[in-house]
Design a protein around this ligand. Structure first.
Ligand SMILES: [Zn+2]
Length: 119
């Protein structure tokens, strides 16, 4: 494979952030709403509470200090931002997000449906 420079893809700012409520629009969890627990801007992924739960079988580990018990661990795996839509806190609809400047000159997100500021 030819050598390529490290990831020159423009780093796009995520339109959603931690604490936002989003609607999942594709995949097994389609239609589910949840709160964003974590964002991974580099990969354009987000972790949404209760969405994309994966199970990991953990075998008991007995290492140095501490012991991990055997069992099935469930946790939310990251999903791509394109699979979620922000739910507007004002109108409660899944919406597209725009940016604009408010009266104080601060850049804020707004709901393209009801025009309310989101931040
Ligand atoms: Zn709205």
């Amino acid at each position: 494979m030819a050598r390529r420079r490290k990831d020159e893809k423009k780093r796009r700012r995520l339109r959603v952030k931690k604490g936002d409520t989003v609607l999942v629009i594709s995949g097994d969890d389609r239609g589910r709403r949840g709160t964003i627990l974590r964002t991974i801007p580099k990969e354009e992924r987000v972790v949404v509470q209760g969405v994309n739960i994966v199970k990991k079988h953990q075998r008991p580990i007995q290492a140095g200090r501490g012991q991990v018990r055997a069992g099935i661990i469930e946790f939310e795996a990251p999903i791509h931002v394109s699979n979620v839509m922000l739910v507007c806190p004002t109108c409660g609809e899944a919406t597209r997000v725009g940016y604009r400047f408010n009266e104080e000159g601060r850049k804020v997100r707004y709901c393209k449906l009801c025009e309310a500021d989101i931040d």
